[in-house]
Unconditional design. Structure first.
Length: 293
């Protein structure tokens, strides 16, 4: 018996990548190889629509939702499935974005082959809680959550556009405009950080190895911290991540802090603006997502 009763392929028809073409290719292959399983294409119409589609589809039965996208689009689908509260729903991603960190790092098989064989595994997620009490907002990340330099560069990438030369210019511009952020930890200690990254995967930004030995099903996340050190030290760390890797990093199941100034936060490929004095908590959600890798 197959682990899913239907397959829904979610994609952005206006993506700068080849999402529409890739989605159609996958649909055709699955129609041919799984003639007894319904396969449906669901193009998105606006920002946030992928989350709505995933929430509606995942509400019943045992569907497989395939996001043909980058990390940000897949983040929407994952959050929609978690919104539905149906742990029988299965997720997968077919890379069609810019960095595609999650697919590149976790890929175990050709996606269509894994779908046909029904190779479903469960992985951890990062649970992000913003605020406290009844007004607290919860979201999930499949790969990483970052504050500091990572989202600042991401903002410049969005403004400057993607493509090798434009990416390079955007990264350099973001790097030199960057200013460290003050935060208050859960125990009251204050720190000024250049970068604070919570990682569920070992690599990000195409080439950077942020931690060794971490896997998305080990029941914890890695905390990669760089306190205020000056731009040259930050640059040296970035070069080391891209060449040798940063080596083993401390792991945790919970980390909480409060930004003392407004600051951006990156949730996989999605950007969130944090107001000053917003409580932030990151927790591991063990084996929260059924997925095809």
């Amino acid at each position: 018996m197959r682990p899913f009763d239907r397959i829904v392929i979610v994609f952005n028809p206006h993506s700068t990548g080849n999402a529409a073409e890739s989605a159609e290719e996958l649909r055709a292959e699955l129609d041919r190889r799984l003639p007894d399983v319904p396969v449906q294409l669901r193009p998105t119409q606006r920002a946030g629509h992928a989350r709505e589609i995933a929430r509606d589809v995942a509400a019943t039965g045992t569907p497989l939702l395939v996001s043909v996208s980058g990390d940000g689009g897949y983040n929407e689908v994952v959050n929609g499935v978690l919104d539905a509260g149906n742990d029988r729903a299965v997720c997968a991603v077919r890379a069609a974005g810019n960095a595609n960190d999650h697919r590149r790092t976790t890929r175990a098989h050709h996606l269509a082959d894994a779908i046909v064989t029904g190779d479903v595994q469960r992985i951890d997620l990062l649970r992000l809680t913003l605020g406290s009490g009844a007004t607290a907002e919860t979201r999930y990340a499949h790969s990483y959550i970052g504050v500091g330099l990572t989202p600042v560069v991401a903002v410049d990438l969005e403004e400057g556009g993607k493509g090798s030369w434009r990416e390079l210019v955007s990264v350099v511009r973001g790097f030199w405009r960057f200013r460290p952020f003050p935060i208050r930890l859960e125990d009251g200690e204050q720190r000024t950080v250049d970068s604070l990254l919570f990682a569920n995967i070992s690599q990000m930004a195409k080439v950077a190895t942020v931690s060794e030995g971490s896997t998305p099903d080990d029941g914890c996340f890695e905390v990669v911290t760089q306190e205020r050190t000056g731009k040259l030290r930050v640059l040296a760390t970035a070069i080391r991540a891209a060449t040798r890797g940063l080596g083993p990093q401390p792991s945790a199941t919970h980390y909480a802090f409060t930004p003392l100034v407004p600051m951006p936060l990156q949730l996989d490929g999605e950007l969130v603006e944090l107001a000053a004095d917003t409580p932030v908590a990151v927790d591991i959600a063990p084996r929260a997502l059924a997925t095809v890798l």
